[in-house]
Design a protein around this ligand. Structure first.
Ligand code: PLP
Length: 361
């Protein structure tokens, strides 16, 4: 029997008196930390991860905190996508890690502007971050483009941090491919969690995986640095660590298929937004739970920008949309379609009537 990272034996004794814990643990074997996640991730890789390649975290949010903190040092910089997930910016700001933003190109399925990446990087660049499937764009990267990203990162001498918190949540023509597939070209730190695919954001179980068959992250002591930070931060609750084998190994395909089905329908519904005159949707969502759309202010009266649009929409129609300015995308809007279908229909109708009401004659 293996014990959890901290407090294993005490937990085992106490767990016997806690009904939900019994449900998770009865008849179960304690597995070595990370081994189940290593098995899970290895299914999509051309090589096998070992339990030592995986560090458990309290959700993907803590994985971001730890990785950014591990890389921060005076004069270093990191390349972040625009638009992106603001937790990266927040953590970089706290750790004084300089951020340099590269654009995702809407007309090219939100692919990375690799020419810009090459121009932004210098000898102090430590990593490039990609998010795939993407929040906020709803895009899913193609194999060939991912290979180009890996080759560019290798040329620049930087690792790739691949945020795959929406792994397998794809419903278009591009399948989910983990960046670790290109681990032979460039070392990859893969970040993930059970929050999205299992739809349990409050359970706070995530991971950092070194998808790096050549062991470069070990040699360069990046792994030591991650370990040191983990030693002084809180772990995911032992209770949820104990449940991980059941969650990851026993969830039936029906469950995942149903989630994909719901998301595909919702994305389809949401894509109707393109019929609104002042809104353009450059890329139909094909993954994650989001879509980015562009606002054309020239069709509207009395709306000054995206923030004004979203404030008035909230006030007049009680519909909440994130203004693109929050993601450094002025006059864009980020919409989530991970809402109950009837609410989504009502929300879109209200958005449409709001736009018509504020339209120029
Ligand atoms: C791109 C991205 N990364 C990380 C996270 C954080 O995930 P978690 O809920 O597992 O902390 C989110 C959550 O919305 C996200 O969208």
């Amino acid at each position: 029997m293996h014990f959890f990272r901290r407090g294993g034996e005490i937990f085992w004794r106490e767990a016997k008196f806690v009904e939900p814990a019994k449900i998770f643990l009865e008849g179960g074997e304690f597995l070595q930390e990370g081994s189940v996640v290593a098995e899970y991730l290895s299914k999509d890789l051309p090589y096998k991860l070992s339990p030592d390649d995986v560090f458990l975290t309290a959700g993907c949010t803590q994985a971001i905190d730890i990785v950014v903190s591990a890389l921060a040092r005076p004069d270093a910089n990191i390349l972040l996508p625009r638009p992106g997930f603001p937790m990266y910016e927040a953590r970089c700001t706290y750790t004084n890690l300089e951020m340099r933003h590269f654009d995702l190109i809407p007309e090219q399925g939100w692919e990375v502007d690799l020419d810009q990446v090459e121009k932004l990087a210098d000898e102090n660049t430590v990593a490039i971050v990609i998010i795939n499937p993407n929040n906020p764009c709803g895009s899913v990267l193609k194999y060939q483009h991912m290979e180009e990203i890996a080759k560019t990162a290798r040329k620049l001498g930087v690792m790739v941090i691949s945020d795959e918190v929406y792994d397998h949540l794809t419903f278009g023509s591009n399948p989910f491919i983990p960046m670790g597939v290109f681990g032979n070209i460039v070392p990859v730190l893969t970040l993930g969690s059970i929050s999205k695919r299992w739809v349990v954001p409050g359970w706070r179980l995530g991971w950092i995986a070194t998808t790096d068959p050549k062991g470069i992250l070990r040699k360069t002591k990046v792994v030591d640095s991650i370990r040191s930070i983990l030693d002084i931060t809180t772990d995911p609750a032992t209770f949820i660590q104990g449940a991980v084998p059941q969650i990851i190994e026993k969830t039936k395909d029906d469950f995942f298929n149903n989630i994909i089905h719901v998301l595909r329908d919702a994305a389809e519904l949401c894509y109707k937004i393109k019929d609104i005159k002042c809104i353009t949707c450059p890329h139909k969502p094909e993954g994650s739970m989001f879509v980015m759309v562009k606002l054309n202010l020239s069709y509207l009266v009395d709306i000054s920008d995206d923030v004004d649009f979203c404030s008035k929409l909230a006030k007049e129609e009680s519909v909440i949309i994130m203004p693109g300015s929050a993601l450094e995308m002025k006059n864009w809007l980020r919409i989530t379609f991970a809402v109950e279908p009837t609410s989504l229909v009502v929300g879109l109708e209200r958005l449409k009537s709001f736009c018509e009401r504020h339209e120029k004659n």
